[in-house]
Design a binder for this molecule. Structure first.
Ligand SMILES: NC(=O)c1ccc[n+]([C@@H]2O[C@H](COP(=O)([O-])OP(=O)(O)OC[C@H]3O[C@@H](n4cnc5c(N)ncnc54)[C@H](O)[C@@H]3O)[C@@H](O)[C@H]2O)c1
Length: 276
């Protein structure tokens, strides 16, 4: 599908930070998969990342000519400069994907001010600053689509990191504000809310998971792939989602639809009811 022909997209956090899956040439994270998919759909894609080489590696594999930009999401001026670079490159800005995100490791008992401030700067502030910078050209065009990459941890507690859960919830509030405030001026804003995705970053933090232990608690009994997150982003960025705004699309293999969370199946189910 080439639903984004002639559009210009900016992906914040479009590199990939971790090892490749076995047999994978290019380590795949959500941001990289999103950039690749938007280009496959015909968009000119500007890839922003903290590490220039990661953005450049993504751009080298895009189906359309793109631009790599070094950006530190924790730095307000850098966020604004990257949007300006994307606009200068493409001459317009149609799609902005806020993929960047950092996960903390501190539950309430040990939650520190530093961790909280850092999570806020990347998971929330970078997103509203980027959206604010992109809004003016979008309003001038009379159109634009924001897609934020959220987490189920922003909707349900993962019991792990207070700052991650709180900032991912706030990111969805930013999305809803943009959507509602500018809906009558051609702007749409939505979020994909991801469950367990087998991204390079997750593999770096938790190791490879060939037996799919991380997928065992998911009704689909597997983790999602970054390419599946990218498919949902491409839909929300395109005119196929023309009447969709202010929404959180859960891409989680069914986790959020299940209560209580389903127990893990045995690796080799023997009883018929185990697979029913
Ligand atoms: N992987 C999962 O299971 C999962 C689940 C839920 C939500 N998410 C969300 O998906 C998004 C991406 O996660 P991922 O695991 O695919 O990572 P990823 O592989 O897409 O990597 C993120 C990229 O962001 C870049 N980055 C990090 N800090 C930055 C900064 N300060 N400024 C600019 N770029 C920076 C990294 O260099 C990396 O290239 C995050 O918002 C995360 O919260 C991931």
């Amino acid at each position: 599908m080439r639903r984004l022909e002639g559009r210009v997209a900016y992906v914040l956090g479009g590199g990939s930070d971790g090892p490749a899956r076995p047999g994978e040439a290019l380590p795949m994270g959500n941001g990289r998969a999103i950039a690749l998919r938007l280009a496959e759909e015909g968009a000119t894609v500007v890839v922003g990342d903290l590490v220039a080489e990661r953005a450049e590696a993504t751009v080298a594999h895009l189906a359309t000519p793109g631009l790599a930009v070094q950006v530190d999401a924790a730095d307000p001026d850098s966020c604004r400069a990257a949007v300006a670079a994307a606009l200068a490159h493409g001459g317009r800005l149609d799609v902005v994907v806020g993929n960047v995100g950092v996960s903390g490791r501190e539950p309430l008992k040990v939650q520190s001010l530093d961790d909280w401030a850092f999570a806020d700067s990347v998971n929330v502030r970078a997103h509203w600053l980027t959206a604010q910078a992109a809004l003016a050209p979008m309003l001038a065009q009379g159109s634009g689509a924001f897609v934020f990459v959220g987490s189920t941890a922003g909707v349900y507690s993962s019991r792990r990191s207070l700052s991650y859960e709180a900032t991912k919830a706030a990111q969805l509030a930013v999305m809803r504000h943009v959507a509602v405030r500018y809906a009558d001026r051609g702007i749409r804003a939505n979020a994909v809310v991801l469950g367990n995705i087998d991204s390079a970053l997750v593999r770096r933090e938790f190791g490879d998971d060939p037996g799919e232990a991380r997928g065992a608690v998911v009704p689909m009994r597997r983790q999602g792939r970054p390419e599946e997150a990218a498919g949902a982003v491409a839909f929300l960025a395109s005119d196929d989602a023309g009447y969709v705004t202010g929404q959180s699309l859960l891409v989680d293999g069914g986790v959020s639809a299940a209560w209580p969370s389903p127990p893990a199946l045995p690796a080799t189910p023997t009883a018929p009811e185990a697979t029913a």
